[in-house]
Design a binder for this molecule. Structure first.
Ligand code: AMP
Ligand code: MG
Length: 476
């Protein structure tokens, strides 16, 4: 069979020690669960071809398009603070790249595509639950305007995957600006392979940061992207859950949706991941952890800055020291409009933090409270409304110094609907019964997160105590 789909692979032109060239492992009985037609068009791919029998074979890993150079990437990474010198695509294959309609090069990767030399003890597979979760959450993130990998398709494999029990196997087609991670740099740094580091750094600069001036410029660019990204996550109550250095993309996209979740009730120390015992990746630690990860990138780049000389260390350190200032500015740029502000004044951060503190103290719903500010109904979101009333006096005084249109600013910054965890779990349970109607409906509603509609009304309700999901599992 031949599938006429032209894939490039610029990563395959890097030295052989960057990857293992190999095809996905075929599966028994591919069946399409979902194809993202809008994304296919954006990529310049024909949805009809992708949805055809041959297209689905490709999306399941049974058919490699003619001329493609599929491969598994190698990387390293700090996982919960401990360094693993060798990780890699243990259950993913980069099929190739396309240049999309906007001229951007994008990776097409199959996740759940079978074992590779980097699988360690894993089976190389994914099951339907995490595939549906990643599809919904990554697409929701995109609709919220936050940089992220995308989901092009989900297929079932017709094979069982063993976890706590036997579950239907699935493959997600992930689309990314690239899959290069902080851990990719660490892999070569740990081996004192300056030649590879130089090739990687040149490649990343050419692909993502053409204006960056050398490795220091690259570091600056990645620092800026991460400061913005984490602020944006926080603006929608998102907890990544497993911010290991191998799960931080140097492109600045959110990547690796494992035990992630959006908060319902606001609390800064919220943790969802069942494996994050010490709260390393709690909601309000995400900026600190991003900086910690960026420090790993900086030290990996040192050999390219003239080695670990005092001068190189000072220059890299100065870039890292910029992060907190950048993050604070990005955080204000995200949260200011959430309370209707167009301009910045001293005291704004304090005003926002006071609101957040009161939300935390009373367990107010993060998404609904911010949205209700625009409608004048935020008071109802507080179990003890006095906490809100006192704050609202200061807020209204502050808004009086702002231009018209605070309501519109708030409605553009505060989504109505987010992928609430209990809804995602409900969709997964239905999917396991073979019913994908709830998945379709949730995906549809999440595509327009800022518009209030009768269709999304049921999805705005926070979970009841019985529905509340307190932990998510590692997404494997
Ligand atoms: P994560 O923290 O989930 O991003 O994964 C960490 C490492 O484990 C990566 O190198 C993955 O490729 C690998 N991995 C995760 N799940 C599996 C699996 N089921 N089979 C093989 N490798 C896996
Ligand atoms: Mg990962």
């Amino acid at each position: 069979m031949t599938l006429h789909l032209k894939l490039e692979n610029s990563y395959a032109t890097l030295p052989a020690r960057f990857y293992t060239a190999m095809a996905p492992t075929p599966v028994a009985a591919p069946a399409l669960v979902k194809l993202n037609e809008a994304l296919a068009l954006e990529l310049g791919l024909d949805p009809e071809t992708l949805g055809s029998a041959e297209g689905v074979q490709m999306l399941a890993g049974n058919l490699v398009p003619e001329g493609a150079t599929p491969l598994a990437q190698v990387y390293a990474g700090h996982q919960f603070g401990g360094f693993s010198p060798q990780l890699g695509d243990g259950r993913a294959i980069l099929l190739g790249e396309v240049v999309d309609r906007n001229g951007r090069r994008r990776d097409i990767q199959l996740k759940g595509s079978g074992p590779t030399p980097y699988s360690r003890m894993g089976d190389g597979r994914a099951w339907l639950g995490p595939v549906l979760r990643e599809y919904l959450v990554s697409e929701a993130m995109h609709a919220l305007g936050i940089p992220t990998t995308r989901a092009l398709a989900a297929v079932k494999t017709g094979e069982a995957v063993r976890r706590e029990g036997a579950f239907p196997g699935a493959v997600l087609t992930r689309v990314a600006a690239s899959h290069i991670r902080v851990g990719t740099f660490q892999y070569f740094a740990a081996r004192n392979d300056a030649e590879a580091l130089k090739a990687l750094s040149d490649y990343v600069i050419a692909r993502h940061y053409p204006d960056a001036d050398g490795p220091l410029g690259l570091l600056e660019a990645v620092v800026a992207k991460q400061a913005r990204l984490v602020a944006q996550w926080m603006g929608v109550g998102f907890i990544h859950g497993v911010m290991n250095t191998d799960n931080m993309a140097v492109s600045g996209e959110t990547i690796d949706y494992g035990p992630c979740a959006f908060m319902d009730r606001y609390h800064p120390q919220t943790v969802f991941s069942s494996i994050d015992q010490y709260g390393r990746y709690a909601f309000d630690r995400q900026a600190d952890i991003a900086l910690w990860n960026l420090a790993q990138l900086a030290s990996s780049l040192l050999p390219l800055m003239g080695g670990a000389t005092q001068e190189a260390i000072d220059r890299a350190t100065a870039v890292l020291h910029d992060f907190p200032t950048r993050f604070t500015a990005e955080w204000l740029a995200v949260f200011g409009p959430k309370i209707g502000l167009a301009n910045a004044e001293a005291g704004d951060a304090q005003l926002i933090h006071t609101l957040l503190d009161r939300m935390a103290a009373t367990g107010a719903d993060f998404t609904n409270t911010f949205r209700a500010l625009a409608d004048g109904t935020a008071r109802d979101q507080f179990p003890q409304p006095d906490a809100y009333d006192a704050w609202a006096v200061d807020w209204k005084a502050r808004l009086a110094r702002e231009p018209e249109g605070a309501g519109a600013r708030m409605r553009a910054a505060n989504p109505v609907v987010i992928p609430r965890n209990h809804r995602v779990e409900e969709v997964i349970r239905a999917g396991l019964r073979g019913d994908f109607a709830p998945f379709e409906q949730l995906a549809k509603v999440l595509a327009h997160p800022f518009e209030e509609s009768s269709e999304n009304a049921p999805y705005r309700t926070p979970p009841t105590p019985e529905e509340r999901v307190t932990a998510t599992f590692c997404g494997t």
